[in-house]
Ligand binder design. Structure first.
Ligand code: FAD
Length: 568
């Protein structure tokens, strides 16, 4: 008997489900023994890339057990990033803000499997993702995994953006991951220990204790404030001899820090930093970082100066991950910064691929078309005139559809247009409307850069994750009934309502138990009371009771014993 026939591959095709399962059977004679298939699945395969805010919210909200879900990420835990700045100074311990992804998914009555691996390629045409197993975030390159999917959920977040500034990658610390925060904590203590060694000159001590924070956004500002608290509340008592050499400098290229917040918050923060002795340099752009100095250029006069430093923390926003860049090239989005999706979070020109969180954005071009359509509709309905009310309604409609626009309008940059309409005392003639729409479009194109660079937040990522899970929960029902629920029929676009972002406000902790809060309706509160609001909101938003208990006990420990300055 031909030995090559002794092994027979039996292929089971599952009718209806369209999936195949393979099993090998030994056959010593011509009679075919049909083996039991190892795994036969009729379930649609969903591959989720990432275990961050967007992916975890998606997994937590997924209720439909008709999917076979594979989660792939180099990080086997979810990290509560808003508390990362607190980890840098030991106010909160790193382990208190992370939750193993297996803890999150094992309670669910759904087939969810996690693989610790890093996706390095997405093949949209053949519906496959290519991954390598990873250890401690470093790809070991040995184990390659190819996974096929019916639906792919891309939630890989972003990486720190260096703007290709020379020396940043090599010499600066970042504040993006838990490991980054732990490294900053060790480096701060290390700087104090080095400065305390004998035989150092005053100039050397000054250099070692010069802490530079680059970026006046919420993360940079919060870190500078945390560091100031750590130094003034704890380290000055432990290192009294070197305390006068400590300097914290915050560099910001723009005219102000926290420029995405209300002006009152910006002013308060800048004044507070001045009082605290934090050296705030606005209009100062970093051009180079060597291993001992950071060089800056004054925007106003082009003057270059250098600051010798002990530690630099780079926090200037986010950039695209290489795997996403590659994927964007593949699908004809090479000229974009992040993946473009439609309002249902579907990646444009791809079948069954969704993108959410920091790695994606809703396509601006389409937004513009939709906005024009909304205005035209309002114009038509008003039979020749557009009242302020109709204009406001149209704006509200835009805000509801587009989270980016909501934040943009919240910044009151549209107020001039609204004022023009108000001045016209109610009714606006058709030409004026056309003019205003043109003006509006021009204003939009001018702020296009700003819109693209709006801070990507956990709030958006989590809401997108929950939205997409709800779509998946109802997918089966909608496939049976493709027209969708009655109220959406006739829209002719999609069976689910589009994603709508609800803004719940934002916080900017400023140190010294003071926080600025900007809540919906332009309600601004700054001070100690907002700090308590911050404590309660963040405690309630933590992903599990375990992390909640750990974080609250860390806060209590810090109040009673202060922060720990051990070098571990
Ligand atoms: P992430 O949460 O970054 O998750 C990305 C996931 O993808 C991770 O699990 C990662 O391991 C995984 N991944 C990476 N590469 C791969 C790969 N190749 N293959 C597979 N998986 C991969 N937002 C707020 O709203 N409020 C705040 O107070 C706030 N504070 C912040 C403080 C700091 C210090 C930082 C860094 C961010 C803060 N943010 C805040 C922003 C918020 O964290 C992000 O907007 C949010 O994390 C985005 O969620 P995401 O799911 O898109 O990405």
């Amino acid at each position: 008997q031909n030995p090559s026939l002794s092994r027979l591959l039996v292929v089971f095709t599952v009718s209806g489900g369209g999936l195949v399962a393979y099993s090998e059977a030994n056959s010593s004679n011509s009679e075919v023994k049909v083996a039991t298939p190892e795994v036969v699945s009729r379930k649609k395969k969903v591959v989720v890339l990432g275990t961050g805010w967007a992916a975890t919210s998606y997994l937590k909200n997924l209720k439909n057990s008709s999917y076979d879900v594979q989660v792939i990420s180099p990080r086997n835990y979810f990290a509560f990033t808003p508390l990362l700045p607190s980890v840098t100074c030991g106010t909160v311990e790193a382990r208190s803000i992370v939750e193993p992804i297996r803890n999150i998914v094992h309670k669910k009555n759904i087939d969810i499997h996690y693989w610790e691996a890093e996706c390095y390629k997405i093949d949209a045409e053949n519906k496959k993702v290519f991954c390598r197993s990873s250890k401690d975030g470093i790809v070991n390159g040995n184990e390659e995994i190819v996974v096929d999917y019916d639906y792919l959920v891309v939630a890989m977040g972003a990486r720190a953006n260096t703007f290709n500034t020379p020396g940043v990658e090599e010499n600066c610390l970042f504040l993006k991951e838990v490991e980054d925060a732990q490294k900053i904590r060790r480096t701060v203590i290390d700087c104090f220990e080095r400065a305390s060694l004998p035989k150092l000159t005053d100039a050397e001590r000054k250099k070692v204790l010069q802490f530079v924070v680059v970026g006046g956004g919420p993360t940079g500002v919060e870190f500078a404030a945390e560091l100031h608290d750590f130094v003034s509340e704890d380290l000055v008592k432990l290192y009294p001899k070197v305390k006068d050499f400590v300097k914290i400098t915050l560099l910001e290229a723009g005219d102000h820090i926290l420029n995405m917040f209300d002006k009152r918050i910006t002013v308060f923060a800048e004044e507070k930093f001045q009082r605290d002795g934090i050296d705030l340099k606005t209009g100062s752009m970093v051009v180079k970082v060597s291993d001992s100095e950071i060089s800056t250029k004054e925007i106003k006069n082009g003057q270059i100066s250098s600051i010798p430093y002990g530690m630099v923390v780079w926090s200037t926003g986010i950039g695209t991950r290489p795997v996403i860049m590659e994927f964007m090239k593949q699908i004809g989005q090479a000229n974009r910064r992040v993946l473009a999706t439609d309002e249902w979070l579907r990646v444009e020109r791809c079948d069954g691929i969704y993108a959410l969180g920091d790695c994606a954005t809703i396509n601006q071009r389409k937004v513009m078309e939709d906005i024009s359509a909304i205005f035209s509709k309002a114009d038509k309905d008003s039979s020749g005139t557009l009242t302020v009310k109709e204009f406001q309604d149209a704006l509200d409609d835009i805000c509801e559809r587009y989270p980016q626009m909501q934040l943009y309008l919240k910044n009151k940059q549209m107020s001039s247009l609204v004022d023009i309409l108000k001045e016209s005392k109610g009714d606006v003639v058709k030409e004026a409307v056309a003019l205003n729409i043109e003006e509006f479009k021009q204003a939009l194109s001018q702020v296009d850069f700003q819109m693209k660079n709006l801070p990507a937040t956990a709030q958006v990522a989590a809401q997108q994750g929950a939205y997409l899970a709800n779509c998946f929960n109802r997918m089966e029902e909608c496939e049976k009934n493709p027209e969708g629920p009655l109220r959406y029929r006739g829209e002719g676009r999609h069976k689910f309502r589009p994603f709508r972002y609800k803004h719940f406000g934002q916080f900017a902790p400023l140190g010294g138990e003071q926080t600025a809060a900007q809540l919906p309706g332009d309600w601004v509160s700054i001070g100690h009371s907002s700090q308590w609001l911050w404590y309660s909101v963040y405690a309630s938003k933590l992903v599990s009771w375990r992390t909640r208990a750990l974080v609250v006990s860390d806060w209590g420990r810090r109040f009673i014993f202060g922060r720990d300055s051990s070098q571990i």
